[in-house]
Every structure is written in C-alpha cells, then in structure tokens.
Design a protein around this ligand. Structure first.
Ligand code: 6R9
Length: 654
C-alpha cells in the first residue's frame, strides 16, 4: 500500500494537544521519558516504591536466563494487602472501592473497609476448604463484587487464580481446569445478561464430568439469581454458608515477588489456549504505575470505570489490581450496554459521575451505530479521560468517541498491550502527548518497543513491519503454564533477543506507532501486503458504515482476494448501489489494489467476548468451508445469520 494513501488514513495533521488544566496537574509529565531513558531499571525500582513491601527489594531485574525474567526477586509482599488493607490503614477505609451496578438495576457500594472484611472472610473460607499456598483456584463468575473479592482472597493466601470468562462453555472450562489442575472452583448460580438470569453452575457441573478434572474438591457457589441449582453434597458449598461465618480479620502473609499471582488463558482465536502466567511484584508495579500515569488517577476525586469483563486481562489489570493498588473508586457493571435500553452506560456515567472511562473499540462502534442522540440525552460532563483497548481503534471511531462522549474536550488514550504483557505498553500520556486519532503512538516510560522488518532491522519513520519489545518489562508473562518450550517458541524464536507480539505495525513520519492487527491477518493480494485494519478503517470512514471486518479469501488469480463484512449505521439502507459505493470509497482512500472483491452487509459480526473479531470464522465463510471451533464466540447464532446471507451476496469480478 502506498505511503500516500496510508498517510491519508492516518490523518497525521489532526493532533489534539492535552487540555491545559490537565497538563498543569498531570501525575506524569514529559520528564518521565527522560528519567526512564537515562536509567530504565532505576525508573522501575522507583515505581516499585508505590507498593508496600514487607521486604523491600534490592534487586530490580534478573535477566541472566532469558527469556525467563525475575523482577524485584528478593522483595516480599502481599498483593491483596497492597490493594485493600493499606488504604484502610492510611485512613481511607470509608472511601468506596467498588460501586456495583447490577443489570436488573440493583446496586451496592463497597468501601475499602468493607472490602477488607469481605476479602478476609473469603480467604479464611478458602483455607477451610483446604486451599494452600500455590494451589490453583478456578473462578467462573459473572461481573459481581464476589469476582473481585474471590480474586483478592486467592492473592491473599498465595493461591494463583485462573479466571475463566463466564460466557465460556463447559468444554472450554474443563480444558482450563485440567490444564491448571485447579482444586477449587468459585462460581455462582447465575448472572444477569440482556435482561435474563443466565445459569452458570450447570456448566461447572458438566465440566466436572470430563476427564482430568477429578482433583476439584470443592465448588463454592455465590447466590446471585436465586434460580434452581443442582447440588452435589460434599462438593458444593454456598458462599454465604461458609464465607459469612468467618472472622473479618485475616493476617496477610508476605510472598516472594515472583510468587505466581494468576494464570489467564488467552482468548484462543487459534489453537490450544495458552495459560499465561503472571507473578506478583513486577505485575503489580506496572499495573499500578500505568493506571496512575495513563488515567492520571486522582484517587480522592476520580470515579473510574473499566467496562471490560474480569475474565479478560483488562479486567484483571484495570478493574482489579491496578485501580485497587492505587486506592481508586471504581464502577463495576454486570450487564450489557443495551439492557434495558441503549443508553444504559451513559446513565451509569451520569449516576456515578464517572470521570475516567476505559472501553473497547467494538463497544464504541456499537454506540456509533445506535446513534449520536443516545449519549446526548445524558450528562457526561464529569468525564475527563477516555481510554480504548483491545483492537486498533479506527480514526472515525476515535473522533466519534472524543466528540460524542468526551464533548470534544477529553483526551482519548489508545492503549496497546496484551494478556502476555500484563499491563499497558504503548499509549499516549493524557497530560503530555498531543494525541492522534487511531494511533497508540509511543511506548510508555520504561518500555522499549519498536517496529522491525523480516531481517530484524528497525524500520525508518514511515515504514511498516513487526511490533517487537526489545527489553524485559516488570509485568511481562513469566512463562506459559507448564510449557516453557512453548513460551520460548511462541514469543522469542522469531527474532533473537526480542519479544515478538504477533502484531503488525507502522511508524509514521513522526515515529509514532500505528497498530495494524495480527500479522496472521495480513492479506496478500497480487503480490501486495494489505492490512485488514487499514481496509476496515477505510470502510468505517464511509458515513453509512458502523463496523467492518475484512478477511483475505483464497483466490486463484490474486492469491487472496479481499472480502469485507460490514454493519451499516442506524439509518443507512442496504440498497442496490451500496456495495459499489463502498468499493469505490475504499479504492479512493487506499488505492484500487485494496478494493474489496466482495462486500456483505450483515447484522452482526462474530466476536470473542473481549470484542475481538474472529476473522478465522469469516474466512471459513468467505471460502465456503465448514465453520471451525465456535466455542469462544459471544453468540454462535451470529454465524448462522451470516451464512444465510451468503448465497445472495454481492460479488463482482472486475
Ligand atoms: C489487552 C488485550 C491482545 C491483542 C494485541 C492486539 C490487540 C489490544 C490494542 C490492540 C491495536 C490497541 N490490541 N489493544 N491493537 N491497538 N490499543 O486486548 O489483550 O486480549 O491478549 O489481546 O489485542 O492485536 O496483540 P489480549
């Protein structure tokens, strides 16, 4: 793709300087970059001092056996103490830690003092169930306060948790229980989604009939929906029966900085899920620092809301560990953005006076599709910073977010990171960076990232290639659970001494980084590499398109041909000329080579629960194959809908 057309899309001229007021009082200023540049390890040692250690670390990084890193290895701390108790001890016990908003409209606020009592009781209960330091606990819960309490209780007793997203099937759950050899499962009777009580416990019961799950001794069940629930005596225990009768004080034990904190299985758009292992001191240091820096958190006055699910890494790092380590007040919402109406999120922002909002491009595009008039009905004036994560955010959606949610005044921070990186890596700083719609821009202070070509040479400004991380960072994954060789092969084999993230990226003329999607998704059309992200961005820049997913389908003439699936905006009609109009639009934006061969308007796109498009399934559709594994899809009926559209789909061969 020519650099001219790319520049067009990147709209480099559009920059938004930080609001003066924010810049004047920003937690982190320009000087952080220079400090970290001059002494990277010293910088991270300094950040580790945000935490309370029972033994202060004297070592920062041990990289004597790459790629196996140890951070702050001779330090000891308790992660739950850092996220809860120390705030109470500092006199902030009455501050709200979590404002919980249930989907049916019930709500409950937990102060730090209450959270301390709940976490202490749950920790005692796990111990009574025989959970020891090092034992794995699977957590399979809806978005309710007990999810946060359960994770912190595990951390408190040194039992690594493995949170499995509540929407996953019994099979997906069984695979994860087996791989981690979990001993206890924490679940609920059900949760509320889209106005309905959805059962969770039956999936646990079914998972536990599968081979390899025999070591699960107990199932701890939170009562949420009060629906009928099958019960296995001797194995199943109600949360309220065992937790509520425990003492409200619990003495936290200090663990090594490298003690495992959790295993989280990656979304699994391909192959066997990988159990990503994170440990304690480095992970908490970087999640706390980045949350402080990128959201400019003022714990006394801000109300922070991350809309992710706790079953996703964003929920771990930016609902639980980062914000709580910083003493933040957060909103936790159980349900979907459109229950019972499409303004539900904005109603919540108004109700709690949310100041910092962190969400995903997929949600922003859904709101664009529903129309500008919906957020306009609510008072969103409390908002001061908007964050995005999970996918490249196309400039169109970025601008819509800033204009319609942020009233054209709030910075938008596009944060690039992964389950594997544990915390944010590339992002603007809201009080420093002049932001560019669509770009994650610069590595955070203390982070070393660049873009290289096939021969591992750094590309010049204006060039594209592979995104790599060139120095170890505190919250990096330590290995893949039980498979060190797969850890080496997956992340460290392609380029020597560099972590390869799997993403393609470009640097613009200013050296700012633009993420271009997974390299596996790059299309090869008549000898040209074309990124799915760029074609999707071009489609969404057309006023009639709300969302687009692009795949390369095998093509006898051109190796691959571009096939696009588009969701139209609220008022747009699917008339005869539409497909041609869109093809012409992409051609004009990016050049004729990037013009999609087929464009199919659809009602929904197949997505994982974290909102990522499952292009693998769309490729199956585009190539008329039987569908592959659909178990990680949010809604498998979406694929039936798409397939029924196929025979009449517009296809042109010019
Ligand atoms: C946090 C999270 C990681 C993959 C990552 C990349 C994509 C995440 C992004 C982004 C462009 C951003 N991704 N944030 N792409 N811009 N701001 O999403 O973790 O679920 O492991 O996914 O998501 O492709 O490699 P995870």
């Amino acid at each position: 793709m020519s650099n001219k057309s790319l520049a067009n899309l990147m709209s480099e001229e559009r920059r938004f300087p930080p609001p003066a007021e924010l810049a004047a009082h920003a937690n982190v200023t320009e000087s952080a970059y220079a400090a970290a540049e001059a002494d990277r390890l010293g910088f991270w040692a300094e950040q580790a001092r945000r935490l309370s250690w029972s033994t202060e670390p004297t070592e920062t990084l041990d990289w004597s056996n790459p790629p196996f890193a140890k951070w702050f290895a001779d330090g000891k701390l308790n992660v739950a103490y850092n996220c809860v108790d120390r705030h109470v001890e500092a006199g902030n016990g009455d501050r709200v830690a979590v404002h919980f908003e249930g989907e049916p409209g019930d709500s409950r606020s937990l102060t730090y003092a209450e959270l301390q009592r709940e976490v202490s009781r749950a920790a005692h209960a796990l111990t009574e169930l025989g959970v020891n330091k090092g034992d794995r606990v699977a957590v399979y819960l809806p978005m309710i306060p007990e999810a946060v309490i359960a994770m912190l209780a595990c951390a408190r007793i040194g039992a690594p948790h493995s949170v499995v997203f509540g929407g996953f099937s019994a099979d997906a759950l069984a695979t994860r229980i087996r791989d981690a050899d979990a001993r206890v499962i924490i679940t609920a009777d059900g949760g509320y989604r889209r106005g309905k009580a959805t059962a969770l416990k039956p999936a646990v019961d079914e998972a536990l009939t599968r081979p390899g799950t025999e070591n699960v001794r107990s199932v701890l069940v939170v009562r949420r929906t009060e629906q009928d629930t099958d019960w296995t005596e001797g194995r199943d225990v109600w949360w309220h029966d065992i937790v509520d009768r425990q003492p409200a004080e619990h003495t936290p034990e200090a663990f090594d900085a490298e003690h495992p904190l959790f295993i989280l299985y990656t979304s699994g758009t391909t192959g066997n899920p990988k159990g990503i292992l994170h440990t304690s001191g480095g992970y908490l240091t970087q999640t706390a620092y980045t949350h402080h820096a990128v959201f400019d958190l003022k714990p006394e006055s801000d109300v922070y809301w991350c809309t992710a699910d706790v079953g996703w890494v964003t929920g771990h790092s930016y609902i639980v560990y980062g914000p709580l380590a910083n003493g933040a007040t957060s909103v936790l919402y159980e349900g979907t953005p459109d229950s019972p109406h499409k303004g539900r999120w904005w109603e919540i922002v108004q109700k709690y006076g949310v100041t910092l909002l962190y969400t995903a491009p997929t949600a922003i595009r859904a709101c664009m599709k529903w129309g500008d008039d919906i957020p306009a009905r609510f008072d969103l004036s409390s908002l001061r910073i908007l964050g995005s994560v999970g996918e490249p955010i196309n400039p169109e959606a970025w601008i819509w977010y800033r204009e319609n949610i942020g009233a054209g005044r709030t910075p938008v921070v596009d944060t690039w990171w992964q389950t594997e990186t544990g915390a944010m890596m590339i992002s603007p700083l809201p009080g420093v960076t002049a932001t560019k719609p669509g770009s994650a821009q610069v590595p955070l202070p203390g982070i070393s990232a660049t873009v290289i070509d096939d021969e591992a040479n750094e590309v010049p400004d204006g060039g594209g290639g592979y995104l790599v991380l060139t120095e170890p960072w505190p919250s990096m994954l330590r290995t893949i659970w039980g498979d060190d060789q797969r850890f080496r092969d997956t992340y460290w084999a392609r380029f020597e001494h560099r972590y390869f993230a799997g993403d393609g990226a470009k640097k613009d003329q200013d050296g700012d980084i633009w993420l271009l999607g997974r390299v596996d998704d790059v299309m090869l059309v008549s000898g040209h590499n074309i990124s799915t992200t760029e074609v999707e961005s071009a489609l969404v820049s057309h006023p009639k398109v709300a969302e687009a997913a692009v795949v390369g389908a095998t093509d006898p003439q051109t190796t691959q041909s571009i096939c696009a699936f588009v969701i139209l905006r609220g008022t747009a009609k699917e008339d005869d000329g539409l497909v041609e109009e869109l093809r012409a639009h992409v051609s004009k934006q990016l050049g004729p080579i990037a013009k999609p061969k087929r464009i199919l308007p659809v009602a929904e796109l197949p997505k994982t629960r974290s909102g990522k498009i499952m292009r693998r399934l769309l490729r199956d559709v585009a190539e008329n194959r039987q569908l592959g594994d659909v178990t990680t899809l949010t809604d498998s009926s979406v694929m039936d809908l798409i397939q029924t559209k196929l025979p009449g789909a517009a296809s042109s061969d010019d």
